[in-house]
Design a protein around this ligand. Structure first.
Ligand SMILES: Cc1ncc(COP(=O)(O)O)c(C=O)c1O
Length: 417
């Protein structure tokens, strides 16, 4: 059976066979890969698309006076169109390829910090973030705080990790210039009410940047239905390669933003004493882009769309519920983050044990989880913890793997708890 046949049952075993690495063993045990929020594994379709590009269709893009340049340019621009379809953006001109999600936040923050006019961010202007943000959607705004005197305001979460909407609404003032908030927390799994966040921000005339690094993987995202001004995600978490990320920006915003990095591709004309800039998205893509990686990303998104994003969401919801049920059986664990709306990410700590030690012990049983701050230090401070273990699920994980996680944790429990 074809693993991407949407009419078929979600045949997770057939899907797993599409991911060569899942056949690997570690320390003689089958690999149980539950570190997907950090980076996901790659299906054959992505590997093949990238190898095929290098073997049969590679040259530099957009300078095409020869056959291969045209083949590569077509592949690269087709990938942009696939991203447009994946996000349901209006135009592929709204899709900017970046190095990763991190570069995209830096681009938006830096450009807003230099943009003339009422939307530019300067001294005393305010940016609203949530306490759940990943450092990549915090530090670029800290740069504006340090360099321009901007002010960051934080939306809190409650003990369960729910986004406190009423507190969010109170943070607006006439100086609010940007709302930059995650649609799904990488550390807690919390899903934020993004549609309402955007509605309220727009009522104040404020644009919204959505951190979609996790939501693009685990939810069925539609930037037009959301009315997002900016939406960011990263290739390696959506089963694509590293080195490629996406900034979606509404045309009206991208057209207004000044350039970010300077170099080839982003200009119209350069003289010894002047320069004019290209239109979006090329204005923001200085230098040779990640051609092979963009094509790999296109293949990854096609793989997800062929599989059926609603079916992926349903499978992961089942895994989330099963993982919570099984982990709650263990008295030694404290689950951090039990929001009403949450995706298939479970953070926890084990009584009496450091997260790193727990992760190291269960690794010996073939189970890969992440331990640490998850690049969300303000959030961990909120919960008064210095690190947690995090099991994060992907479309190829199974209930049997949840059981293996629990078995391995039971072994760790005998050592520490
Ligand atoms: C919620 C969230 N935002 C942003 C990022 C940054 O992604 P990248 O490191 O690919 O730029 C991550 C990665 O962990 C993330 O989980």
């Amino acid at each position: 059976m074809n693993a991407t046949d949407q009419n078929a049952v979600f045949d997770v075993e057939a899907i797993r066979r599409e991911f060569p690495i899942l056949g690997e063993t570690v320390y003689g045990k089958p690999l149980v890969f539950l570190d997907n929020a950090a980076s996901a594994q790659k299906p054959r379709a992505v590997i093949d698309a990238m190898v095929k590009t290098m073997e049969t269709g590679y040259a530099n893009v957009h300078r095409g006076l020869h056959y291969m340049a045209n083949v590569a340019t077509e592949g690269f621009e087709q990938a942009r169109e696939t991203v447009r379809e994946f996000l349901n953006a209006e135009s592929s001109d709204e899709i900017v390829f970046t190095r990763n999600a991190t570069e995209a936040y830096n681009l938006v923050a830096d450009c807003f910090g230099r943009m003339p006019g009422p939307h530019g961010i300067g001294e005393g202007d305010e940016i609203i973030l949530s306490i759940m943000e990943h450092h990549s959607n915090i530090v670029p705004w800290h740069f504006l705080r340090e360099r321009k005197g901007a002010v960051i305001k934080w939306v809190p979460v409650d003990e369960d990790g729910n986004f406190l909407f009423e507190e969010f609404e109170k943070l607006f003032s006439p100086r609010t210039k940007m709302v930059a908030i995650t649609q799904m927390s990488n550390a807690l799994g919390t899903i934020t009410p993004m549609q309402d966040i955007i509605r309220v921000a727009h009522a104040h005339g404020v644009p919204v940047l959505v951190d979609g690094a996790q939501s693009a993987v685990h939810m069925n995202v539609d930037v037009r239905a959301l009315d997002a001004d900016f939406f960011v995600f990263t290739g390696h978490k959506v089963y694509g390669p590293t080195g490629i990320g996406v900034l979606y920006g509404k045309s009206e915003w991208l057209e207004r933003l000044p350039p970010f990095l300077g170099g080839g591709e982003m200009i119209n004309e350069v003289t010894t004493d002047s320069v004019t800039y290209n239109v979006p998205p090329h204005r923001f893509e200085a230098g040779t882009p990640a051609i092979i990686e963009a094509i790999g990303l296109g293949a990854a998104l096609r793989f997800m769309m062929d599989l059926g994003r609603d079916r992926i969401v349903a499978h992961e919801a089942m895994l989330r519920d099963y993982a919570h049920e099984r982990l709650r059986e263990m008295n030694s664990l404290r689950i951090i983050g039990q929001a009403k709306e949450k995706g298939a990410i479970v953070s926890f700590e084990m009584k009496g044990a450091h997260a790193h030690d727990v992760a190291t012990v269960i690794d010996r049983h073939g189970v890969a989880v992440r331990a640490g701050t998850h690049c969300a230090m303000p959030l961990l401070t909120r919960y008064n913890v210095t690190s947690t273990c995090r099991a994060s699920f992907a479309l190829y994980n199974t209930c049997d793997e949840v059981d293996k996680l629990v078995d391995a944790l039971r072994k760790a429990e005998t050592l520490f708890a």
